[in-house]
Design a protein around this ligand. Sequence first.
Ligand SMILES: NC(=O)c1ccc[n+]([C@@H]2O[C@H](COP(=O)([O-])OP(=O)(O)OC[C@H]3O[C@@H](n4cnc5c(N)ncnc54)[C@H](OP(=O)(O)O)[C@@H]3O)[C@@H](O)[C@H]2O)c1
Length: 290
Amino acid sequence: MKSIAVIGLGQMGSTLAQLLLDAGFEVHVWNRSPGKATALVEASARLAASPADAAARAQFVVMCVHDHAAAMEILSQQGVWHALEGKALLQFTTFSPQEAAAASEVARAHGVAYLSGAIQVAPEQMGKPDTTILLSGPRNAVDGANAVLATFGGNVAWLGESASAAPTMDLATLSFVYGATAGFLQGAALAQREGLDLKRYGEIVHAMSPSFGEFLQHEAKVIDSGDFAISQSPLSISVDATRRIDGAMREAGLDDALPAVIAQLLERAVAKGLAGEELAALVKVIDATS
Ligand SMILES: NC(=O)c1ccc[n+]([C@@H]2O[C@H](COP(=O)([O-])OP(=O)(O)OC[C@H]3O[C@@H](n4cnc5c(N)ncnc54)[C@H](OP(=O)(O)O)[C@@H]3O)[C@@H](O)[C@H]2O)c1
């Protein structure tokens, strides 16, 4: 596979196109505002006249525009699906799981192999050996595009055939990121109120992060196995800990919305009879069907 089309040359799309050029691919580019293609064309990219023209010229097509509405607007233009027929489309525009599933169905109806991609880093972190690309869609299309995918990141995580898998994993990992960040900032406010050195706080959290990651990996295995017998951390310990955090936040005059909601979740777990189980049993409150 030598010729690749990149549709959408914003911050991320132009980085993808540049990485492909650097890797020696023949790159055809299109952007709604043509000015954004200038630097890439100077670097030997070939400017397509329309999205359909870009798709027709290439063996593999990458799309990266603002959102689902913009992507579908482009795909519904005259001749685009026809030009994509028999090829693979890698959608890097951020879609919801439902949007990805629906787009994949439309693609399938047009004879296009649809790959859902999710990018979790900023443009300058793309193309590095440890850059993770979340991907789902037909395995044979992934295998056929190994060289292209390796250009975008050294850690391509294929999550199965379902188009919704990559955006779902994106949201699952972001749920962890935002939950942990909010908790970190809450701790920062508490430490600051006490006059503690916040640089030390950051260092201590950094030092405990690898073992915390291992703990979370263990909890995921517990949920997967369905065996919630205590193996590392009893849920009851966390009930007391979150009550203490909530109390300390209130006493310090800080907003306690986050610790209060965590404490309430854990109390609901206790009311459900889960106090004597592993902390991971909290998932049974979050998902009442589990
Ligand atoms: N940048 C990041 O750090 C990052 C990280 C992870 C994921 N992503 C995802 O990557 C995608 C692109 O992000 P970006 O940072 O490259 O955004 P961006 O710099 O704002 O670029 C947006 C792109 O979408 C195009 N576009 C918007 N509406 C359009 C429409 N109706 N028809 C045709 N083209 C349209 C823009 O074209 P014009 O130039 O004509 O306006 C531009 O090429 C997003 O879905 C984003 O969530 C970005």
